[in-house]
Design a protein around this ligand. Structure first.
Ligand code: PSU
Ligand code: MN
Length: 305
């Protein structure tokens, strides 16, 4: 029962050498972006990790195998596949056990990274507390994963479709350090600021790496959320995106979209309503996160284990 993982040779070599590795998710590819930008982005993100001196490990479940690092042809096939499952913590074991295929979310990518011994992971924006959660109870499993799995996740904050104050509260309850990178404000995915102060701020990758290791030294479970603002030239200002988000949320509600479908629906609708601008921003912020994650991975590799 232990032989269910395919670790790409390049990733295995790096892990054996304790060289820098960055985990990457695949739900952003299958559910977060349209073809063909999804594949182009996935390839560019891997290239950005490499340019930053680390080895990328994109995660997915392919025909029952938990893949730690996807060879180019597998990445391409996944990006074009229809009806791929979205695998969060609850779905991962069942998918592997039944020989299924699925893309990993932030939560399940963290689980895969921890199993492989990868300490840092780059994505776009984490899931969080949805607006109206007091009625729907819709809170992403990404938050509880951050509270229990020791991986540092680099994201542009939480997606602005969410209730960001409640998301920060749940992270605090879970004991998750939320570290804004290079600014005081918690970023809001497409926008550099949410208008909320982040609980913590760090200005260099080395400090983030030291804090990651200090959590291990203190035997604290869980990871860190590094909230890296989208580059200024690529952002959609908060007051511009807010009415579009409101409209997409109202449409989702009118159509009864619920559960796992909510986030992909909203991202797709906001793409249409912004005529593609939200996607350009999403791509820019993921690349920016990949660069920072590579820097953190390099700093981690330089620290004693
Ligand atoms: N970042 C992006 N696009 C995405 C996601 C992250 O730029 O589509 C995905 C991640 O996989 C994250 C998921 O875990 O959105 C959140 O889904 P939910 O709200 O259903 O938990
Ligand atoms: Mn949900």
């Amino acid at each position: 029962m232990t032989d269910f993982m395919d670790i790409a040779p390049e990733v295995q070599t790096a892990l054996d050498a304790k060289a820098p590795v960055v985990a990457l998710e695949s739900t952003i590819i299958t559910h977060g972006m349209p073809w063909p930008q999804n594949l182009q982005t996935a390839q560019a993100v891997e290239a950005a990790v490499r340019a930053g001196g680390a080895v990328p490990a994109t995660m997915a479940v392919i025909e029952g195998r938990l893949c730690i690092g996807l060879p180019p042809e597998r990445l391409e096939a996944l990006a074009q596949a229809e009806g791929v499952a979205k695998l969060s913590r609850a779905d991962l074991a069942a998918c592997i056990a039944t020989g299924g295929t699925g893309a990993t979310t932030v939560a399940s990518t963290m689980i895969a990274a921890r199993m492989a011994g990868i300490e840092v992971f780059a994505t776009g924006g984490i899931g969080g507390v949805h607006r109206g959660a007091e009625e729907s109870f819709d809170i992403s499993a990404d938050l509880s994963e951050l509270a229990q799995t020791p991986v540092t996740v680099v994201a542009a904050g939480a997606k602005a479709i969410l209730d960001l104050p409640k998301t920060l509260e749940v992270l605090e309850t879970g004991g998750v350090p939320v570290i804004a990178y290079g600014q005081d404000d918690f970023p809001a995915f497409w926008s550099r600021s949410s208008g909320l102060a982040a609980p913590l701020r760090m200005d260099d990758a080395a400090a983030i790496a030291r804090a990651h290791r200090m959590r291990a030294a203190l035997a604290l479970p869980g990871g860190q959320l590094v909230a890296n603002p989208v580059p200024a030239g690529d952002e959609i200002p908060r007051e511009e995106i807010a009415p579009i988000v409101e409209r997409a949320l109202a449409e989702a509600e009118a159509q009864g979209i619920a559960g796992k479908a909510v986030t992909p629906y909203l991202l797709g609708r906001i793409f249409e309503l912004t005529e593609g601008r939200s996607l350009a921003t999403n791509i820019a912020l993921v690349l920016n996160n990949a660069r920072l994650a590579a820097g953190i991975a390099r700093e981690l590799a330089a620290l004693p284990r």
